[in-house]
Design a protein around this ligand. Structure first.
Ligand code: SAM
Length: 238
């Protein structure tokens, strides 16, 4: 049987999936993730879904190519609207913007009711997605930063708890990265610091003192996470 490798981003999604889980890959495109998971015996079956017909055709061709047509069901669906909750334990939504990911989760109340585990990989607005999850009583379980084709992404898993999970001030920018910190997370965190510093240029101009000082506090905390990891001695600088 032909084998293939996933890129680091999809490989991290694959690492986060529980062995033996029934998964739905929303916005599957080429369906590489579910195909890889089946071929590597991590899961037995999956639902691969996409909104658009062209990606689904591509997915279908790949299922044939890798001989996994009996294990993976293809469904055309806008988000989770046409996914049968009983066929799914864990849901992967990768390669989309954070806002679209939160809209997709929001559109299916069964995700909360049945406490389906989510594996999410936003390509933008990840701070907004973290805030959406917290405000909707999901708890981040783990998060890892990953370098893929020269870009840094983060992958996280989350589950509905029904309780408001109190978070620290830096949460929207850091999520749970501090628990699985590596050199890539440090690069990601430095980018977050730059972002906050840029925001603060605007805050200074607008004399928005509250946001300015709040951002300074977040920057200080992120620098501490980096220096605790041994990344850079920011403590001495500030
Ligand atoms: C950039 S691709 C990501 C493919 C794959 N998940 C990955 O991470 O490599 C985004 C895919 O999401 C699909 N998509 C966009 N909006 C969607 C929606 N509302 N519901 C389902 N799929 C959607 C697109 O058709 C496209 O195939």
């Amino acid at each position: 049987m032909r084998q293939f490798k996933l890129d680091n981003r999809l490989q991290t999604c694959a690492d986060f999936i529980t062995a033996g889980a029934k998964i739905a890959d929303i916005g599957t495109d080429h369906a590489y993730l579910p195909i890889w998971l089946v071929m590597n015996n991590k899961i037995k079956s999956a639902v691969a879904s996409d909104l658009n017909i062209l990606p689904l055709k591509k997915a279908e061709e790949n299922l044939k190519k890798y001989n996994v047509e009996d294990n993976i069901k293809i469904v055309q669906s806008d988000g989770l609207t046409r996914i049968n909750p009983h066929e799914v334990d864990e849901i992967v939504i990768a390669g989309m913007g954070g806002e679209l990911i939160s809209q997709i989760i929001d559109g299916a109340s069964w995700v909360k009711k049945e406490k389906k585990r989510l594996i999410l990989q936003p390509v933008s607005s990840e701070s907004d997605l973290r805030i959406y999850l917290r405000d909707n009583k999901f708890k981040l379980q783990r998060e890892r930063a990953v370098l893929s084709f020269g870009r840094i992404y983060t992958v996280f898993s989350a589950i509905y708890t029904g309780k408001f999970n109190k978070t620290e001030i830096e949460y929207p920018y850091v999520g749970k990265l501090y628990e699985e910190i590596n050199k890539t997370s440090v690069e990601y965190l430095k980018r977050q610091i730059k972002d906050l510093e840029n925001q603060n240029k605007g805050n200074l101009l607008r004399k928005n003192k509250e946001d300015y000082f709040s951002n300074l506090c977040i920057i200080k905390r992120i620098k501490k996470i980096i220096s605790d990891f041994g990344g850079e001695n920011f403590e001495r600088e500030s």
